[in-house]
Design a protein around this ligand. Structure first.
Ligand code: NDP
Length: 296
């Protein structure tokens, strides 16, 4: 058996096309253009690349992109002051503070200072709290887990009643992913570095989400045949034959897993492209909320 390969690039393109159409309609009907502000602190090259890529996607979809770059030694007051300015700016619908922030800054306080209605990353504790609570809905769902849910839909995976195992419990991926699957009526197990027997959990999982940050840690023999496997991991491994001297692999050993799983995401080309697409979707939603407010 060979698994269905879930094409994240194609799904992400579909989401972006939908956003582009809606942005264009918003401009025509209401003369309103959504705006996303990015806040980059310091000169981490990976963060700068992520921010550039988000800005380019905004431009391609007709979303206004407003970039702010603060020096690596920016103070807590400066960063929070900028966030407050952006909170008050009616032309800004979404605020994205690129993580990680330099070590001397209090990340929690910065994220808390983002207005709930502009929290397009979905990391504000009130949004996360609503995600965790029965009968409550967050304004925004964190982008990577939201993208994973789209990919599960693409694979035609039944979530209700399924056994789902999430490996990793970070605030940005593992934890919100577990909450989303639980809301969708899966029976959820969260595994982490202290889990005693990971394979025993994986063996009975209909859905596996790997968000660990360890190259090819989950192999085919650890999986239940037919499982849907969503691989969030992005890891560099040396590859002298590659132009850059390395290539990217996931947390799942694709070659062995593809022979056992029912559906699987590749790395690259799986979850990665979904994260930015869902950010664009959240920015559109933020603009719709702002527009509704303006009209009422
Ligand atoms: P974190 O480092 O914040 O979390 C990793 C999690 O994995 C922790 O909960 C940790 O457990 C758990 N873990 C570590 N080792 C093991 C182990 N041996 N067995 C079981 N669990 C283990 O990472 P992130 O959640 O931020 O990211 C995870 C991966 O996803 C990374 O490769 C990252 O690059 C990628 N990523 C990809 C995105 C995308 O768009 N595709 C977006 C965000 C992240 P414990 O809590 O006990 O320490």
């Amino acid at each position: 058996m060979t698994a269905f390969i879930i094409d994240g690039k194609a799904v992400a393109q579909r989401v972006k096309d939908e956003v582009k159409t809606a942005v264009s309609a918003m401009k025509d009907q209401f003369d309103y253009v959504p705006g996303l502000a990015t806040v980059l602190v310091g000169d981490d090259p990976a963060s700068a690349t992520y921010v550039r890529s988000k800005q380019r996607t905004c431009e391609a979809l007709g979303i206004r992109s407003i970039g702010h770059h603060l020096p690596a030694d920016a103070s807590q007051a400066e960063v929070e002051g900028l966030v407050r300015e952006l909170n008050a700016d009616p032309s800004v619908n979404g605020i994205l503070v690129q993580l990680p922030l330099p070590k001397h800054l209090d990340e929690e306080a910065v994220l808390n200072s983002i207005s709930l209605e502009k929290d397009v990353d979905g990391f504000h504790p009130v949004n996360i709290g609503r995600l965790a609570m029965k009968g409550r809905e967050p304004l925004f769902i964190p982008c990577t887990p939201a993208g994973c849910m789209e990919l599960l839909a693409e694979a035609g995976t039944t979530i209700s009643g399924a056994e789902a195992v999430i490996v990793g419990r970070s605030n940005i991926v593992g934890l919100p992913m577990a909450m989303l699957l639980q809301k969708a009526n899966a029976t959820v197990t969260i595994c982490h570095s202290r889990t005693r027997d990971l394979t025993a959990h994986l063996k009975r999982a209909d859905i596996v989400v790997a968000a660990i940050g360890r190259a090819r840690m989950i192999t085919g023999e650890m999986l239940k045949p037919g499982a849907t496997v969503i691989d969030v991991g992005i890891n560099r491994v040396e590859d002298p034959s590659a132009k850059r001297g390395y290539r990217l692999v996931g947390d799942v050993d694709f070659d062995s897993a593809v022979a056992v799983a029912g559906a699987i995401t590749p790395v690259p080309g799986g979850v990665g492209p979904m994260t930015i697409a869902m950010l664009m979707k959240n920015t559109l939603r933020a603009a719709e909320i702002a527009l509704q407010k303006r009209q009422s």
